[in-house]
Ligand binder design. Sequence first.
Ligand SMILES: *Cc1c(COP(=O)(O)O)cnc(C)c1O
Length: 401
Amino acid sequence: MSRTGRFIAEAEKWGARNYEPLPVVIEKAERIWVWDVDGQKYLDMLSAYSALNQGHRHPKIISALIDQLERVTLTSRAFHNDMMGPFLQKLCATAGYEKVLLMNTGTEAVETSLKAARKWGYEEKGVAPDKAEIIAFENNFAGRTISVVSFSSEEQYKKGFGPFTPGFKVIPFDDAEALERTINENTVAVILEPIQGEGGVIIPSSGYLTKVREITSANNTLMIADEIQTGFGRTGKLFACDHEGVRPDVVALGKALGGGVLPVSAMVADNRVMKAFTPGVHGSTFGGNPLACAVGMASIDVVVEENLPDRSAELGEYFLKQLRSINSQAVKETRGKGLFIGIEILRSYGTARPFCEKLMKLGLLCKETHEQTIRLAPPLVIEKHEIDWALDRIERVLTAV
Ligand SMILES: *Cc1c(COP(=O)(O)O)cnc(C)c1O
């Protein structure tokens, strides 16, 4: 058996089978490239679902990690540490908000935002006890806890996990009238991804985010943007809401905030919302640990100093244009914003999975999302000639149907 086969067999024997990964076992990575245990080299077109916007093992992030490892890694929030304040300040300045609450995973940042919205609803909006409602959108992805899957529209995320957390309404995405009809005096928040990532890179019509902002403001309801996947340059702006100049009340951040090194997540908001949290009301053992703060600061610095949003915008435009010029009968639609691109495969040509498997054999690692879509989201440090290298392989696979 190949080394690859042995590692996969071991993982399948001893691990829960909650994923169905491509049959590649990675042992080393640098920038946009990864190497498997049999010595094959691949271009990483997934970037760990955009947790690797800065590329694998960015030297500045690794150096911040190592420096901090030599000093202190964990204090818990029972004590202060000297890294958290500077990180909070930097994240506030970068995102343009007054306050941050640090967590670890994206799901926790979402859960924290939902808790904040409910508490704000009761204490500030005056919603009657236990009557708060939160509106979410079909095809959303916000994580996997019971409360978060309670507003999923994906059958397999929910089946067998009930009873679910009440208080959520799920309505169609990109439909301002549906929102208008559903929002009411008990609605404390609307939670949305400005571009639905796991849903298949679904980009709402232009003006939709602005409408959501207008409707939520008019109804004294919080707008929560889940920018965990779209944030930090992925879509060609620092945050995807910036495309429409929309400022949500709450932003959930994660993934690239940890620079591909550690889980670092945050809820950011102004004081009028964040004041919902007082001592003892919410917390996390690892949230705000000094190692995560050091990594988070370096991760933000890299995004800003290397102009990753602009790179994403320019290279994404080029990539999308070239992809659209590929003449393949199997493609239903190619869409994207910045280096966040989806190629939707026609059902009559099967699912996207076999396409990803073929791309893997040609040295390109992509993952299908929502059955039909190949997501292309390389690290934002990719170079134009490397996009051309990928294009050549994508064209070969798409036209060989
Ligand atoms: C990945 C993701 C999450 C969950 O993040 P985890 O770190 O996996 O918990 C939430 N929302 C969106 C939009 C995501 O893409």
